[in-house]
Design a protein around this ligand. Sequence first.
Ligand SMILES: Cc1cc2nc3c(=O)[nH]c(=O)nc-3n(C[C@H](O)[C@H](O)[C@H](O)COP(=O)(O)OP(=O)(O)OC[C@H]3O[C@@H](n4cnc5c(N)ncnc54)[C@H](O)[C@@H]3O)c2cc1C
Length: 393
Amino acid sequence: MSGLFSAAFLRQIGWDVDVYERSGVELVGRGAGITGHPELLDALIKSGAGIKDLGVEVPKRVAIDRQGRVTDERPLRQILTSWDRLQQLLQSNVDPAHYHLGWNFERVDQDERGVRVEFSGGRTEHADILVGGDGIRSSVRAQMAPEVQPIYAGYYIWRGAPNEADLAPETRESIYPLFTFYLPPRQEIITYPIAGFDNDLRPGHRRFNFIWYRVADAAQLRDMNVDETGKQHEFSVPPPLIRKDLIADMHKDARELLPPALLDALMTIKQPFITPIYDFTAPSIVFGRVAMVGDAAANARPHMGFGMAKAGTDAMALAQALDSHDDIDAALKAYNAERMPIGNIIVKHGRKLGTHMGVNLTSEEDRKMHEYLQSDGAMLDSIAVPNFLDAYR
Ligand SMILES: Cc1cc2nc3c(=O)[nH]c(=O)nc-3n(C[C@H](O)[C@H](O)[C@H](O)COP(=O)(O)OP(=O)(O)OC[C@H]3O[C@@H](n4cnc5c(N)ncnc54)[C@H](O)[C@@H]3O)c2cc1C
């Protein structure tokens, strides 16, 4: 996403841009829901991608208890979109002649005039700058700043997006249309409606974004990263290979813990999958003529649902810096000075909200935040709310 945003914004200021994507086939999301923060909508509009049929609007957020009764609520209109829809909008905004699938970045060399980039298969490109938008496990960052490594947060998510039509009528009528929280100790379940397959926004044809945060230490995560065939994975297991015993244990816990509507939604997920939560900050996001954007530059825990907004605003800031400086190196320095601190703030804010989970509380401030976030109302006021960055300005 940060690559597509960068291409759009750099084209607007008159640059020639090519996007090189490692995957050999068109990327499709796993039904992931995305919060429509004002910064994301602004970046979509300004990039030219637009916000047509962006998603589903919820009127409010509610917290429920084990019986499914509402314990607290906040009126808050928010558009919830999906990874697939953003990909469609952003990709249709980039000239297909300059979007290249199946090009895996391998290394970059640079001098004062620009970069020479090598891709797998012996392909080479020369350019004024390289924009590294290759995600949390960025190969570009691995070369430029190998000491910067994502840190495991001590918890992970079970996720899935069941079809609206497969949910029980009571689930569809109660929690489906809302942004819903269920918050037992050291856990967090969040659900909201999103578009269906191929951005189908018709009632009855949509999906339901389901996220269940659970605690696991590094040893437990390592065990969970052994797949159905016995193979050990380093970061996470591809969804179809997640071990059946893990899914069975998760279903057993769900029967004991979850309110009826959430249990119904969870049991309707055909292929639940696991996302371990990592984050990191970097002391610099520019290395000579190489500029990092999006998750590759800094990656926050997903409590604010702000990753896409950051991808868009990083890209916009990069283009603005290049447009307002005659000298490329001075522009990249200005970009670094503006966006590196913002990335750090977003990551720190994610850690603050993560104290809800009660893991690795190392300071008095952490413990106070953890206490504060034990109330349903405090979580409704904090998680994925718009304009959270205003508090830091
Ligand atoms: C559980 C969860 C919930 C989330 N919820 C939200 C939310 O509600 N709202 C939100 O805005 N964000 C959310 N996010 C975050 C969001 O998904 C990311 O912030 C966003 O995808 C970042 O975009 P990106 O382009 O920087 O990186 P990515 O989306 O990771 O894209 C990186 C791209 O680089 C390619 N690539 C990697 N290596 C190479 C290489 N060597 N050569 C060429 N190409 C390469 C990859 O194939 C990929 O296409 C969530 C994330 C998680 C894990």
